[in-house]
Design a protein around this ligand. Structure first.
Ligand SMILES: Cc1cc2nc3c(=O)[nH]c(=O)nc-3n(C[C@H](O)[C@H](O)[C@H](O)COP(=O)(O)OP(=O)(O)OC[C@H]3O[C@@H](n4cnc5c(N)ncnc54)[C@H](O)[C@@H]3O)c2cc1C
Length: 451
């Protein structure tokens, strides 16, 4: 059988499955899993394949594309049930018609329900809430490797905890139910800090009872903090232009300008002065323009183009215990500057970070042991990015970081074992009980599991 080529959304991860199936029904998925001669192993499902790691790769095997299974099946006052290929921004729009919203409003609108149910996500936790989408998944229907069906609800919390971070290695998710909440006005503002001021103010920022997200500028030594909280008392109509402005500058203009600077300006010193000046403008826009007492949370969700264009960007995630964050941030700035001095490479975009509350709803949660904060380099993948990530991964692992298997490119087995410890072994044992033959196990997970 001839092989075909599938890439992730960004285009830097390439896989060659023998068969690609566009599932239109649960029967299509059952048929794949029950017929290994026609549909070779490994079998991997993908939603929008926005992942930045090869977690969805299926070299020599079968990829099931889920995007045709995108129906919204039922909305109740506190839940929404969808097919696994439905994407977050479409579900959010359907919820809005009923004056409902997600708890976690990631900027990624392309996130498919199937991925949300069994893979990692990140967003700054709102006060009293979790920052990982899967923690609000309360029902999952899967086709197991055997082709049998399994339904799980959060009345089985241990099973749910494991499946929420199973990455399609237990079965293929075909239906998902999320807990949702009534729409509430969302207040947002930004403040800029030097690293020194950020470190001094962090205890007060954490005590302030707002969600904290960070735009991080290692080469300027600056951090812009985004503060959000729900503001039920807000008057009047919400500001519907604010998040579209952020989204346009962040996901369209920003990456395009940075990539263009890389193409146009050969002199590294001048190129990065131009990029740093653009970053200074970005901080100014955030602090001056991006504030309102009354916005709509779902407006934060971005509809990325189906095919990545000139504005494509990628990133990598590592989470740290929040107590260690100021020191890790300071060391990270030093690390990035030294790496630039030594190699001539720096990422052409800023970094971001999220404060994510302690969350044990999924086994491989990066905030399992306590509140976590992330440092995520963002890039248009300018030449040198891949090698930088290898060094950055080791820096983060040495600083006690935890990776995310669908969002940390180049992570190694020792780094995963160090970060996840006995939870990784628990995952390995559970996976074997669901799929002893390894029908769903691709090279990426096989390598990380040492199988
Ligand atoms: C530009 C950009 C911005 C991003 N912003 C964010 C952000 O703000 N927050 C965030 O959390 N992430 C973000 N991401 C990362 C991305 O959202 C996550 O990696 C997420 O998993 C993508 O969803 P997806 O549907 O594309 O998943 P995929 O990449 O298709 O799949 C993820 C994993 O889940 C498995 N899987 C998918 N569907 C199923 C299924 N139905 N059954 C079983 N297994 C399945 C896949 O095999 C794979 O292992 C961003 C990525 C990019 C490129």
């Amino acid at each position: 059988m001839p092989e075909t080529t599938v890439t992730n959304w960004f285009g830097d991860i390439v896989t060659h499955p023998q068969v690609v199936v566009e599932a239109a029904s649960v029967d299509d998925i059952v048929s794949v899993l029950k017929n290994p001669n026609q549909y070779p192993s490994p079998v991997r499902a993908v939603g929008s394949y926005h992942s930045t790691s090869p977690c969805g790769s299926a070299d020599g095997g079968t990829i099931i594309k889920m995007s045709k299974m995108n129906r919204i099946l039922e909305i109740t006052p506190d839940t929404v049930t969808v097919e696994a290929g439905a994407i977050y921004i479409d579900i959010a729009a359907a919820l809005a018609e009923k004056r409902l919203q997600f708890h976690v409003n990631t900027e990624i609108g392309s996130l498919s329900a199937g991925s949300a149910a069994c893979a990692g996500t990140k967003d700054a936790s709102m006060p009293g809430e979790f920052g990982q989408v899967g923690s609000y998944v309360c029902g999952i229907k899967m086709v197991l490797a055997s082709g049998d069906l399994l339904e799980i609800t959060d009345s089985q919390p241990e099973l749910m905890r494991t499946v929420r971070s199973s990455y399609g290695t237990f079965g293929i998710v075909y239906q998902v139910t999320f807990r949702v909440r009534p729409v509430a006005p969302l207040s947002v503002r930004h403040e800029n800090y030097s690293l020194q001021d950020f470190t001094a103010n962090l205890p007060a920022l954490k005590a302030g009872g707002e969600s904290l997200m960070f735009y991080i500028f290692p080469f300027d030594g600056q951090i812009t903090v985004e503060f959000r909280h729900y503001n039920p008392g807000a008057d009047g109509d919400p500001n519907r232009a604010l998040w579209p402005l952020r989204n346009y500058l962040w996901a369209t203009a920003g990456p395009a300008v940075c990539a263009q600077a890389g193409r146009d300006i050969a002199d590294l010193t001048i190129r990065y002065q131009v990029i740093d000046a653009f970053n200074a403008l970005w901080r100014l826009k955030l602090t001056v323009l991006m504030k309102s007492d009354n916005t709509v949370a779902a407006d934060q969700i971005i509809r990325y183009p189906a095919v990545a264009g000139a504005s494509r960007y990628t990133f990598s995630l590592w989470a740290f215990p929040e107590e260690a964050y100021p020191q890790v941030m300071s060391d990270c700035f030093d690390f990035c500057r030294k790496y630039y001095t030594d190699t001539g490479y720096r990422s052409d975009m800023l970094f971001v970070g999220y404060r994510v509350t302690q969350d044990q709803n999924s086994l491989l949660s990066y905030s399992y042991d306590g509140n976590a904060m992330t440092i995520d380099p963002v890039s248009t993948a300018n030449p040198g990015w891949e090698a930088f990530l290898i060094a950055y991964n080791q820096f983060c692992s040495d600083h006690g970081g935890t990776p995310l298997l669908n969002q940390t490119k180049g992570v190694t087995r020792p780094q995963v074992e160090k970060a996840l410890g006995s939870r990784w072994q628990t995952f390995a044992d559970a996976r074997k009980t669901y799929d002893p033959q390894g029908r769903l196990l691709n090279a990426f997970f096989r390598d990380l599991l040492g199988e």
